[in-house]
Design a protein around this ligand. Structure first.
Ligand code: HEM
Length: 425
């Protein structure tokens, strides 16, 4: 293997915490897709993979490309934060998403039932009821921050229902959830790390408390009671530490990803007014529009894998032990797979090929729940507020991190006197 320095100028300049990547990760990596689709980034110590076929090939082979580092902290933790976590007995184990075989597949299979379309259909009335209640609160006001007033809280409540957890402690959970993202994917300063560690520690303890409650009577609906029941039959597959970990990880997996995806989708549709008007006129277009939003501006911008043997990706030699940042948001805008990839086209035929949910044996288990939620949000908003528009000249801010992506706020406005339900109550 060549020993020459593998770093080109573009690679040296790459910074996933910089403004360009934060503003639009796919656009910031166009140079790479065109010139150097696999490169080493000294800034983060990762090999970066940006083309569709390469990203998909990495997702596809979970033995050669282990998911074990998917949740590893991208910024090393300071000693003080580590001791804070120890004080809370924080012991997050691997959970599905970062588990290697042969442990992963038996667990995935054992825990899959609650994600089948038949089971998910039971949640549909709850998601619609919640969405209507939240829209009721602001429908006559003329202006709203959709993130604060709807999109953050509904996926959290849906996640709690799905997991079978009581609804209380929502505000605290909101804080916990953000802390977890910064802790894993962000670049917190040492002082921030300590505050984040406190929140993560409390999140961990909260998860344990709820699990204890559920164990007393695991007969109810939800993924956690179901998992507790599976544990009785397969204690070697579903261990205690595993249940505690998935209790916390499940909330994060289901909540922020969906909240961010919904905010990205509504922003994108309102920026592309014609598409918005088309889905108002024909709600039958909504499912494909959701897929196109996930492709064009998905909420998971990049994922990670560890290389387990010397190999090559896209013709570039990669050594065993290398860490990969696989930028699925870049793959989703690769012209080699999607015609006019930067264009937003709600009728695009192959849009569901996007890699926002990953691919292969670890592909997102909650993808159909997320799709259902975003579809219902759009159905309700287009029906009740078709004249919705973005508040002009707002600047959008994003929590700095490599992977989770959605605006912190999304201000919209409309004329309440023109609400269709006033004319036709
Ligand atoms: C895994 C994205 C919503 C549960 C993943 C992965 C991604 C992802 C990228 C890793 C895939 C891979 O390694 O190939 C998303 C996005 C969502 C979303 C973009 C929303 C738009 C949800 C929801 C749930 C969920 C709502 C739960 C109800 C999971 C689980 C895994 C996973 C359990 C691990 C699967 C495994 O490793 O076998 N998700 N997710 N996700 N997601 Fe999601």
């Amino acid at each position: 293997m060549s020993t020459r320095c593998p770093v080109s100028a573009g690679a040296a300049a790459f910074d996933p915490f910089g403004d360009a990547y934060q503003a639009d990760p796919a656009a910031s990596l166009r140079w790479s897709r065109d010139e150097e689709p696999v490169f080493y980034s000294p800034t983060i110590g990762y090999w970066v993979v940006t083309r569709y076929e390469d990203v998909k090939a990495v997702f596809r082979d979970n033995l050669l490309f282990s998911p074990s580092i998917a949740l590893e902290k991208i910024t090393p933790v300071c000693d003080e934060a580590t001791s804070v976590l120890a004080r809370y007995d924080y012991a997050m184990a691997r959970t599905l998403v970062n588990e290697d075989e042969p442990e992963h597949m038996p667990r995935r299979r054992a825990l899959m039932d609650p994600f089948t379309p038949k089971e998910l259909a039971h949640h549909e009335p709850m998601v619609r009821r919640l969405t209507r209640e939240y829209v009721d609160r602001f429908v006559d006001s003329g202006q709203a921050d959709l993130v604060d007033e709807m999109l953050w809280e509904i996926p959290l409540t849906v996640a709690l229902h799905f997991l079978g957890v009581p609804e209380e402690d929502m505000d605290t959970l909101r804080e916990y959830s953000i802390a977890h993202t910064v802790n894993t994917w962000g670049r917190p300063s040492p002082e921030e790390q300590v505050a984040v560690a406190e929140a993560v520690g409390r999140f961990w303890q909260y998860a344990g408390k709820v699990l204890g409650k559920l164990r007393e009577d695991p007969s109810g609906h939800g993924w956690m009671p179901f998992s507790i029941r599976v544990q009785r039959e397969k204690p070697e597959v579903i261990t205690d530490s595993y249940l505690h970990s998935i209790m916390m990880a499940g909330i994060v997996a289901a909540h922020e990803t969906t909240a961010n995806a919904a905010a990205n989708a509504i922003k994108l549709l309102l920026e592309n007014r014609r598409a918005w008007e088309e889905i108002c006129a024909d709600p039958g277009l909504i499912p494909n529009a959701v897929e196109e939003c996930l492709r064009h501006s998905g909420s998971v911008a990049a994922w990670r894998r560890l290389v387990t043997a010397d190999t090559s990706i896209g013709g570039v030699e990669i050594p065993k032990g290398a860490k990969l940042l696989i930028v699925n948001s870049s793959a989703n805008r690769d012209e080699r797979h999607f015609d006019n990839a930067d264009e937003f086209d709600i009728r695009r035929e192959n849009t569901a090929d996007h890699l926002t949910f990953g691919y292969g044996s670890h592909q997102c288990m909650g993808k159909n729940l997320a799709r259902m939620e975003i579809q219902i949000f759009l159905e309700e908003l287009t029906r009740r507020l078709p004249h919705l528009e973005l508040v002009p000249d707002q600047t959008f801010s994003y929590l700095p991190n490599t992977s989770f992506r959605g605006p912190d706020h999304l201000w919209v406005r409309w004329d309440p006197s023109a609400n269709p339900e006033r004319a036709d109550p």
